[in-house]
Design a protein around this ligand. Structure first.
Ligand code: PGA
Length: 233
């Protein structure tokens, strides 16, 4: 089971130091991954977590002002990187082509991509979930080898569920994960979107879920610990 924490654009350098002290207390057999904001990557020193990033440049090192390459992330011992989060697709206008390039750069540098996919509420209500996910998945994996496809981690995050406190029914999640498995049968699949210590007992009934991508909960170490404990029970 994988637990990946997405801090998003939260925590100053000072906050992050205190935060790491809290996270140190979380003891688990599960694979814990922390994706701090980019600057805090340089401050990371936890032994119970692996290090992840939230984004990477589609370019290599070079004259690309403001960009951070996969090679540079690698030099900070980053092992995982979130790609194509809906917030980046929405606010930074990340395209399907950009996301595919980023995934390739990560694999070239032996960093495991965590590809986020998911539908809007409007797309869900008009019955387009599978169509949307098919496009997001097939365009992202177009240049990957079979071995890379197997290594890719997919995070299914319904956009209408992110940060809203609303989660899909277990039946809907199961149906969607089964669909993802038809395209990527060997990839690990995470669920993301308002997962917390109150709904984990219900979510954990879904056997197809290989782990969770946690946004809001990542910022509350005490509740996160409850979540981890409930999941491990
Ligand atoms: P949330 O965010 O857990 O706050 O809904 C998840 C995410 O955006 O990855």
């Amino acid at each position: 089971m994988i637990i990946a924490l997405n801090n998003k654009s939260n925590l100053t350098k000072q906050d992050f130091e205190k935060y790491q002290e809290e996270l140190k207390k979380i003891n688990s057999e599960m694979q814990l991954i922390l994706c701090p904001n980019l600057l805090n990557i340089g401050e990371f020193h936890l032994e119970n977590f692996k290090l992840g990033a939230q984004n990477v440049s589609e370019t290599t090192d070079g004259a690309y002002t403001g960009e951070v390459s996969a090679n540079q992330l690698k030099s900070y011992e980053v092992e995982y990187c979130i790609v194509g989060h809906s917030e980046r697709r929405m606010y930074q206008k990340e395209t399907l082509e950009t996301i595919s390039k980023k995934i390739n750069k990560l694999f070239e540098n032996e960093i495991t991509p965590i590809l986020c996919i998911g539908e809007t509420l409007e797309e869900k209500e008009s019955g387009k979930v599978e169509e949307i996910l098919l496009t997001e998945l097939t365009t992202a994996i177009v240049n990957l080898t079979e071995a890379e496809k197997d290594k890719l981690i997919v995070a299914y995050e319904p956009i209408w569920s992110i940060g809203t406190g609303i989660i899909p029914s277990n039946e809907d999640i199961k149906k969607t994960l089964k669909f993802i498995k038809t395209i990527l049968p060997n990839s690990k699949i995470l669920y993301g979107g308002s997962a917390n210590e109150n709904n984990i007992d219900t979510l954990k009934e879904i056997e197809l879920i290989d782990g969770y991508l946690l946004g809001g909960l990542s910022l509350k170490p005490n509740d996160l610990e409850k979540f981890v404990n409930k999941l491990e029970k």
